[in-house]
Design a protein around this ligand. Structure first.
Ligand SMILES: *Cc1c(COP(=O)(O)O)cnc(C)c1O
Length: 365
């Protein structure tokens, strides 16, 4: 059957492919840990699950408003005030089916064909396809390790054209764990101020920061920046709730209203009982979050030190999030690498190295 041009340009997620491979090896009884996709291994905290059970028992199993229940919007408004010193009206907040869906919806509402979206690299793999699906053009800006994987104001200025509609910032970032300081953001704001450009601030890892770093986002920088910024967040990462599918965003009320129109004609409301669970997550006891973050901090040290012992690997300490992003380019200079690489299909040394490491490990099983 003929497929649309729209879907033919979208490639399946490489991280999901690796996760599927790890799962199939696990199913064969092989002792392997999947590090492909970003997902806390913790269970959702008990108090949150209780709230979902209560909602079920109370029959909260019907359609809700497309943009989410009032209680959750109120909890988001309160959270943004409490944790981010940002004040929003409920009309500036909408609830979506996961943080990814918030981003997807926003691209659909903001972009016309050919509009450019600046994405600092390394980036979350699903940003460019979501931009393309909305007709936009991802403009990838390489942010090297020597700059801490962060976009500089000079790079941002160099990437802006009269087609630029959106700049994406994700701090702390997936996959480099790079966090922007308030000063970094203020400097970037200088490149955006006075232009008709929106900022997407993907704050999903806000609570997972190390070494006492303080979180700030672009909306904190100035009133002008707050008006240009869409703060995206969700419960997936901080509360170990990836499967519940609740994300949210805050920003310009007219745009938010259009996101809700789009949502009402596509997914309709996010799952009712998951929304009640999210109220408990945002408004309830935050201790489970701190416990998970201290476990992530211990694991960060373990995995980064371990990676640095592997010949050809070099890994710096991430500022936040729960990823390690080692530099492996030295491996490609080892004698014999070309021959190994030629055994594997596809492009990209890094995915070939993943396949090789899995093969090597399995040959010893
Ligand atoms: C995981 C993640 C999200 C949110 O994912 P959802 O499960 O859709 O809520 C958003 N942004 C980044 C960068 C992520 O890694």
């Amino acid at each position: 059957m003929k497929l649309s041009k729209r879907i033919q340009q979208v490639k399946p997620s490489p991280t999901l492919a690796l996760t599927a491979l790890a799962a199939s090896l696990q199913a064969q009884g092989i002792d392997i840990i999947g590090f492909g996709s970003g997902e806390p291994d913790f269970d959702t905290p008990a108090g949150i699950k209780e709230a979902a059970k209560r909602a079920l028992d109370q029959g909260k199993t019907k359609y809700t408003p497309a943009g989410g229940i009032k209680e959750l919007k109120a909890a988001v408004v309160e959270k943004l005030k409490r944790d981010n010193s940002l004040s929003y009206e409920q009309s500036q907040v909408t609830i979506n089916c996961g943080g990814k869906h918030s981003f997807y919806n926003l691209m659909q509402v903001l972009l016309d064909d050919g509009d450019e979206v600046i994405i600092p690299s390394p980036y979350r793999v699903s940003y460019p396809p979501m931009v393309s699906l909305a007709g936009g053009v991802p403009v990838i800006v390489e942010c090297p390790e020597r700059n801490g994987f962060r976009l500089t104001p000079k790079q941002l200025l160099g990437a802006i054209t009269d087609k630029t509609r959106v700049v994406v910032l994700n701090s702390p970032s997936n996959p480099a764990g790079a966090a922007y300081t308030r000063d970094d953001l203020a400097a970037l704001a200088g490149a955006i101020a006075g232009r008709d450009i929106a900022v997407v601030s993907d704050d999903i890892y806000e609570s997972i920061m190390y070494d006492g770093r303080a979180f700030a986002n672009m909306a904190n920088i100035s009133e002008e920046m707050k008006q240009k910024t869409f703060v995206l967040n969700g419960v997936s990462k901080a509360y170990a709730m990836t499967g519940w599918r609740i994300g949210y965003m805050a920003g310009d009320a007219a745009v938010i209203k259009n996101v809700e129109t789009l949502q009402s004609q596509s997914t309709s409301n996010p799952t009712s009982i998951a929304q009640y669970a999210a109220v408990a997550a945002l408004s309830g006891d935050q201790n489970p979050v701190m416990e998970m973050v201290s476990a992530f901090a211990r694991r960060r040290t373990l995995i980064v030190n371990g990676l640095n012992k592997v010949p050809g690997f070099a890994c710096s300490q991430p500022d936040g999030a729960f990823y390690a992003f080692p530099r492996i380019s030295d491996v490609y200079r080892f004698r014999g690498w070309e021959k190994i690489a030629s055994r594997y299909e596809g492009s990209g040394n890094s995915s070939k190295l993943c396949s090789y490491l899995i093969d090597e490990a399995l040959s010893g099983v």
